[in-house]
Design a protein around this ligand. Structure first.
Ligand code: 3PY
Length: 250
């Protein structure tokens, strides 16, 4: 079985003081059993990456960012290049989260370019895909997630096996609604076959479920055959709950 990957998406939350407390509690609570079943990482806002690097270097917790630029460098005020994230030893960068697609107008091509930049900098992109409620109700779930993933697969070519995919149904983000394990598994199976068709090394790809995963629903979701981990929003801000999600990994 693929080792699970549990990633906290802190979104735009935290402060130097609260991050320090949370990280301390997580490090204290992470036991060998947890580390044996799951790789764990936290994705924070860029100003805090230096703090994560300082506090987490040499520990079992990895870290990453929540976005990067589609450009290498230059006149792009406010942007953060993937190579800059590398300077802070980021292992991951979340790309194409639905909040970025929705509030910042990110489209499939832009997300694909960002994934290329991340891989070129040696950072694993966590590429988010997911349908809106309207898409689901119109029977377009499979079409939408395949289109979103396909853009990235084409852009990264032979590196397709190096990406992590996160299936995050938009209707389950920040709403407290979660896809049932059966609904999530069905979409993960579609994504799995798309990744298989793209690369002979697709066994390296991990497909995470995201969208209101919490301590109460994690075990059932994580026991589905094609769910290789979770991208956790609000529940990653509470040490006890995040630890309990990690402990739910089969
Ligand atoms: C959520 O759990 O709401 C997320 O958006 C995780 O990325």
């Amino acid at each position: 079985m693929t080792k699970k990957l549990i990633v906290g998406n802190w979104k735009m939350n935290g402060s130097l003081a609260t991050n320090a407390g949370l990280l301390q509690a997580l490090l204290a609570g992470l036991n060998d059993d947890a580390i044996a079943v799951a790789d764990v990482a936290l994705c924070a806002s860029s100003p805090y990456l230096a703090q994560l690097q300082t506090l987490l270097q040499g520990t079992a917790l990895g870290w990453g960012a929540q976005d990067c630029s589609a450009h290498d460098s230059g006149a792009y005020t406010g942007e953060v290049a993937a190579a800059m994230l590398r300077d802070f030893a980021c292992r991951y960068v979340i790309l194409g989260h639905s909040e970025r697609r929705q509030y910042h107008g990110e489209n499939d091509d832009l997300v694909a370019q960002k994934a290329q930049r991340a891989l070129a900098a040696g950072i694993t992109p966590i590429v988010c895909v997911g349908e809106t409620l309207a898409d689901r109700e119109a029977g377009r779930t499979e079409f939408v997630v395949k289109r979103q993933l396909s853009a990235v697969i084409h852009a990264v070519g032979h590196c397709a096996s190096e990406i992590v995919v996160a299936y995050e149904p938009v209707w389950a983000i920040g709403t407290g609604r979660t896809a049932t394990p059966e609904q999530a598994q069905a979409v993960h199976a579609v994504l799995r076959s798309q990744l298989k068709a793209a690369s002979a090394h697709s066994s390296r790809n991990r497909i995470l479920y995201g969208g209101s995963m919490n301590a109460a629903n994690a075990a059932e979701l994580l026991s589905q055959p094609d769910i290789d981990g979770g991208l956790i929003g609000g529940a990653s801000l509470k040490a006890d709950e995040f630890l309990s999600i990690i402990a739910s990994c089969p």
